[in-house]
Design a protein around this ligand. Structure first.
Ligand code: PLP
Length: 230
């Protein structure tokens, strides 16, 4: 099942790239393995998967040491300041920076380890009450503030679009995030690069790719439904 799912997601990514005149190499597939057991991740690894996304520090803490070390781990979930220390230096990218205080904490932990930590600014594109992230209006000023921190590097923006039945409904949000990233890139802010757009999940990754996504985060489409009862 995992093998077929991966193949089908891969085909859909490729088709979306073709439709929008993009090269497949411009889009990274992040396999979102949250709630899945280590054996399932190992199975995906054996099928060639090297990029995994998790949304909880505790899970990353358990899974990173248990799996091969050529995996690139992405922290895609809400991050509490007191947990930054557990993942600093262990993940490729933190997708969920939505406050200056969190960025300052990341900067502090990066300084202790003498590293630079790459991050994305999470934007709540649809202004949903239930979601984390800064508003479209606040994003640029947060970017300017975070850019002043020496050991955090902004790589781009991330968004979690609303849950919708028809993915076309999310196209305007993806477009807004893309436009905002171009706008920010044009300001040539020191220490800020805007080449990463993390947007698109199982229900809407094709539309996200058509609108310029460079990282799609796909969980259900690869691993099947999640069971939160265990
Ligand atoms: C769970 C999760 C995903 C994957 O969601 P699916 O709909 O299962 O593909 C993507 N991004 C974030 C931030 C998540 O928490």
């Amino acid at each position: 099942m995992l093998k077929d799912n991966l193949k089908s997601v891969e085909e859909r990514i490729l088709a979306a790239c073709k439709r929008s005149g993009r090269d497949r190499s411009e889009v990274t597939l992040i396999s979102v393995s949250k709630t899945k057991p280590i054996e399932t991740l190992q199975e995906a690894y054996d099928l060639g998967v090297r990029v995994f996304g998790e949304n909880k520090v505790q899970e990353l803490d358990k899974k990173i040491p248990a799996l091969p070390d050529d995996i690139s781990w992405h922290m895609i979930g809400h991050l509490q300041r007191n947990k930054v220390k557990y993942i600093a230096g262990k993940v490729e990218l933190i997708h969920s920076v939505d406050s200056l205080r969190l960025a300052e904490e990341i900067n502090k932990e990066a300084a202790k380890k003498d590293i630079v930590i790459p991050v994305l600014i999470e934007v709540n594109a649809a202004g949903e009450e239930s979601k984390f992230g800064v508003s479209l209006e606040e994003t640029k000023s947060l970017v300017y503030e975070v850019a002043k921190l020496d050991q955090v590097q902004i790589k781009g923006l991330m968004t979690i679009a609303p849950y919708v039945v028809d993915s076309e409904e999310n196209r305007p949000y993806f477009r807004k995030i893309k436009d905002l990233s171009v706008d920010i890139a044009n300001e040539n802010i020191d220490n800020v690069c805007m080449d990463t757009l993390s947007m698109g999940m199982t229900g809407d990754f094709e539309v996200a790719i058509e609108e310029g996504s460079t990282m799609v985060r796909v969980g259900t489409g690869i691993f099947g439904e999640r069971d939160y009862s265990i």
